[in-house]
Design a protein around this ligand. Structure first.
Ligand code: ADP
Length: 276
């Protein structure tokens, strides 16, 4: 077979898509469910006021996703680049992990919650290998494919890190309560700041989707972090996992573990939990 030319392999035809109901409101416009080629269930992201520069931002998420292939990352099916512009992804019927944790709280076991953490951590170790920083790791950006499989999504803020090894953000729409101190102070984003955010996401999972630092204003968070305050251990969180979180929240980025190491530690916690 001839190679599919780069840049065209994700171009799909609108005729192959049947659009269904609204799933939710995204930053750029409505997200619908639908069916692709009569058999693949998809989510279709649309762009409401798609001027040329908005369109570029909207499509940047898709162009990053084109290069990703991982069992725990949202899969891109394709893009339609002519107006109305659409991004088509695989559909994950159970929706956002945050809502799912609340709805299913009485049937979710600790082992299953640790599984979700391992899966998200594997996805992030994969991104680390591609020199990509995600920058928005939170349960609102993880989708539930089935009761035992979650997928990291929302690459709207993701970037490849350049030769300076960090990405300096210019936007102000940032998730302060999830962010590492160097990201809040200097807008410095690295794999180590993703590790901090992953720690906050694990905290959300064991808190069944409470908002981190809901008792503080955004403006108070960095002072608290600098005086050594950290998120408290959620009741459901095993102590071994909370001690990992404390390491993810080391003030100095160099003091934090890497994602591959975290995968190993979380797996070990999974094997040993309940046996103490
Ligand atoms: P944005 O990042 O542009 O703000 P989101 O990705 O948050 O948009 O999508 C908006 C809504 O659509 C969310 O509530 C989410 O649950 C839903 N959604 C997005 N992608 C999918 C998908 N692949 N499968 C199922 N639901 C999805």
């Amino acid at each position: 077979y001839a190679e599919i030319p780069e840049g065209t392999k994700h171009r799909i035809s609108r005729d192959d898509i049947v659009v269904g109901r609204i799933l939710g409101e995204g930053f750029f416009g409505e997200v619908h469910n639908g069916v692709y080629k009569k058999r693949i269930c998809v989510a279709i992201k649309t762009c409401k006021d798609c001027s040329a520069d908005v369109k570029e931002k909207f499509l940047s998420e898709a162009s990053l996703m084109k290069n990703l292939d991982h069992p725990h990352i949202v899969r891109l099916i394709g893009v339609i680049e002519v107006d109305p512009v659409w991004i088509v992804m695989e559909l994950y019927e159970h929706g956002e992990l945050g809502n799912y944790l609340v709805e299913q709280q009485y049937i979710l076991s600790t082992a299953m919650l640790i599984q979700y953490c391992v899966q998200i951590c594997k996805a992030l170790a994969y991104l680390e290998g591609l020199n990509m920083v995600h920058r928005d790791i939170a349960v609102r950006n993880v989708l539930v494919a089935s009761a035992n499989c979650v997928k990291l999504g929302d690459f709207g803020l993701s970037r490849y890190v350049d030769e300076q090894e960090y990405y300096k953000a210019s936007v102000s729409r940032l998730p302060i309560k999830w962010m590492a101190p160097e990201s809040i102070n200097f807008r410095r984003f690295t794999t180590a700041s993703d590790v901090w955010m992953f720690g906050v996401c694990v905290w959300e999972i064991f808190s069944l989707a409470q908002q981190p630092f809901f008792w503080l204003e955004n403006g108070q968070v960095v002072n608290q972090l600098e005086s050594g305050v950290r998120l408290p251990k959620p009741q459901l969180c095993p102590p071994t996992i909370y001690s990992l979180l404390s390491r993810c929240w080391a003030y100095e980025p160099h003091g934090r573990p890497g994602f591959s190491q975290l995968v190993c530690s979380l797996r070990y916690a999974l094997q040993t939990q309940g046996s103490s």
